[in-house]
Ligand binder design. Structure first.
Ligand code: SF4
Length: 230
């Protein structure tokens, strides 16, 4: 059974401090409320300029499971909480089906500000994928969350989160549901982002993708049980 070792924790801390030296605000606090407060004024990339607010992660510091998505969406940007829009509702239902209580997990995103572009008529804000430089700029906040929460099971939702956590060559289509050897948590795994299920071309494929997503989350539930039993 794998555990958070003292050495791993110290290495994460050391890498984190090295990566952040000279940056402002410096995300070295060891409490989530303080980190959230600091991130609210972050201007380390350009995304804060067009978003409503920073959407920091939510959940308990000792959560067994941490779910990491790509970035907040339109509704999350407006209300300031992660995974509260349509994808969040799908996630809630899938977690419940897999036997995972959402209140027992920590949910966050690789990028904390909503990146968007205006629709043709300018009435809607359309999600835009963050650039590698924006993901990199936001990484100190994600690493700070990992450092404080110390999840037993780290779950990347979608390609952006998976590549941010496990490297640029990571392929969710090839490696979803597989255990990944990562210094970030004792167990690490990736699956799709729930928004990709909402974009399925028809009802049949949506149903199939949702079934596979629940399967992946059931594996997560099993890993969390193993972590507790250790
Ligand atoms: S997206 Fe991340 S790095 Fe960029 S301004 Fe927002 S919090 Fe800072």
């Amino acid at each position: 059974m794998k555990h958070w070792s003292k050495g791993k924790s110290e290495r994460l801390e050391r890498d984190f401090v090295a990566a952040n030296s000279g940056r402002s605000p410096v995300a070295t606090a060891s409490s989530l409320p303080v980190l959230r407060q600091q991130a609210a004024t972050c201007k380390a990339c350009e995304l804060w300029k067009t978003a409503t607010q920073t959407v920091f992660g939510e959940g308990t510091p000792g959560a067994t499971i941490m779910l990491v998505g790509e970035q907040p969406g339109n509704q999350e940007d407006r209300v300031g909480h992660p995974f509260v829009g349509p994808a969040g509702k799908l996630l809630d239902a899938a977690l419940a089906e897999a036997g995972i209580d959402r209140s027992s997990v920590y949910v966050t995103n690789a990028v904390k500000h909503f990146k968007w572009t205006a629709s043709d008529r300018g009435k809607r804000r359309i999600h835009k994928k963050p650039r590698a430089s924006e993901i990199q700029a936001c990484r100190p906040w994600l690493e700070a969350e990992l450092r404080v929460v110390r999840p037993q099971v780290l779950v990347a939702l979608g390609a952006t989160a998976a590549q941010a956590l496990f490297g640029a060559s990571f392929s969710v289509s090839r490696q979803r549901g597989q255990l990944i050897d990562s210094p970030l948590a004792p167990f690490a795994i990736a699956t799709v982002h729930p928004s990709s299920i909402l974009r399925a071309p028809d009802e049949k494929s949506r149903h199939e993708q949702r079934r596979m997503f629940v399967n992946d989350l059931q594996r997560v539930a099993l890993l969390a049980t193993q972590a507790h039993a250790a």
